[in-house]
Design a protein around this ligand. Structure first.
Ligand SMILES: *Cc1c(COP(=O)(O)O)cnc(C)c1O
Length: 397
């Protein structure tokens, strides 16, 4: 059994704050400052350039990748870290398209994160082979899976509503029509159980600063199924994906397996923070986490619906179809969220009218959610949000 009272003490959350935005940026792991300080002084400071070997900086994208892999059902040596998620989406889609050279359609859905769709568009234009990006409503994905489709590219859990695609079923169906799959696990890794090997997914990507708590700017990850790993040709052929980076050969030769998805120098300081964040997961059973996430989310929804009848649930009511966040529609959602934040309850807002609350059992419990619901009811019932200063939009919402 996972000890969630213990994991809660492993985060440093300011006094008086209820943090319901771990779906967007996880909080600071209590061990991270010391780990980062150690990296700065004992590794960078004392070892200087020898840290690449002596402190293992060069192999960390793979060793940390293995630790992320354990949380998403990947085997050892199948996940590597680096770059940002947008870059990893580009790489994964490019490699997936290589496996289906005779097809020209990428299928995605309107619930996908805009950056994934922007990157896909940019890639398809660069390829110059007349590829089409076909974006359909999330509930219509299955019926649009035809033999025209080269790649099915989806984000498993919707960043706005938390709607959870059936990855196993859609992957099976994609394979049945001869399409490859790219799954974005940005809102899955550390949030819901993921079984990449079991679902036979082809490629997967995700970030480590949301539910995995690696900190702002933490590197993304990419998974390549073993059957593709030595065949996928990297679209971004950087030197660290080369078979022998320090041979400095004039021509590119891809490295073995997933290492070929590396591009350039890894973010070592950032990886130190992630190292501390991943240590917390060593004592966590994902099944336990999921059960707790469902119980907490169901409780939060019931409470809000009882005290705030003016809010409409945007997330699936059926927990089996919902990830680890709860969203509500609210026309004045931006101002309401600012009023909440002012009162120590931190969630976020997604245009045009969505308030999101991340449910993260590692550091959130029933008492927090009950209190958050009481504050929200107060803000709604007494229109505490209706003040000019709550309506001024910041750059990041
Ligand atoms: C958070 C998120 C991103 C962000 O990409 P970055 O390149 O890391 O900024 C991309 N896609 C999805 C689905 C996300 O949830």
């Amino acid at each position: 059994m996972t000890d969630f009272a213990a994991t809660r003490t492993m985060f440093q959350i300011p006094e008086g704050v209820i943090y319901l935005d771990g779906n967007s940026l996880g909080p600071l792991p209590a061990a991270a400052p010391a780990r980062v300080a150690e990296m700065l002084t004992r590794e960078w400071g004392d070892m200087l350039i020898t840290g690449w070997n002596r402190a293992g900086w060069m192999t960390q994208p793979l060793s940390l990748g293995d630790r992320v892999g354990r949380l998403i059902g990947a085997g050892l040596g199948q996940v590597v870290l680096g770059d940002t998620l947008s870059i990893k989406v580009y790489q994964a889609l490019a490699a997936a398209l290589e496996t289906r050279p005779d097809r020209r359609v990428v299928l995605s859905d309107s619930g996908n994160f805009p950056s994934d769709l922007y990157m896909a568009k940019g890639l398809l234009k660069t390829l110059g082979k007349g590829h089409e990006l076909r974006v359909v409503p999330p509930e219509a994905v299955a019926e649009h899976l035809t033999e025209e489709i080269a790649v099915l590219m989806l984000t498993e859990v919707d960043y706005r509503t938390g709607r959870w695609h059936d990855m196993a079923a859609l992957t099976r169906q994609a394979h049945a029509v001869g399409a490859a799959t790219v799954w974005d696990l940005a809102h899955s890794a550390g949030a819901v159980p993921v079984d990449l090997a079991g679902t036979a997914a082809d490629f997967a990507v995700g970030c480590t600063y949301k539910y995995l708590n690696g900190g702002p700017g933490a590197p993304a990850f990419i998974y390549v199924a073993p059957r593709h790993a030595d065949r996928a040709l990297p679209a971004l052929s950087g030197w660290l994906g080369h078979d022998a980076p320090f041979a400095f050969e004039p021509a590119y030769r891809p490295g073995s397996g997933v290492t070929r998805m590396r591009v350039g120098t890894p973010p070592v300081i950032q990886m130190a923070a992630l190292d501390a964040a991943l240590a917390i997961w060593e004592g966590v059973d994902i099944g336990d986490l999921r059960r707790r996430s469902v119980a907490l989310s169901d409780m939060f929804i019931a409470q809000i619906e009882q005290t705030c009848p003016m809010l409409r649930l945007a997330s699936p009511r059926d927990s089996a179809r919902r990830g680890s966040q709860v969203s509500f529609y609210c026309d004045d959602g931006y101002a309401v969220m600012q009023a909440l934040i002012d009162r120590g309850v931190i969630g976020d807002f997604r245009s045009p009218d969505l308030m999101r609350f991340g449910v993260t059992p590692l550091y959130i419990d029933e008492t927090d959610l009950r209190h958050a619901a009481v504050v929200l009811a107060d803000v709604m019932t007494n229109r505490l949000w209706d003040r000019p200063e709550y309506k001024v939009r910041s750059a990041v919402t």
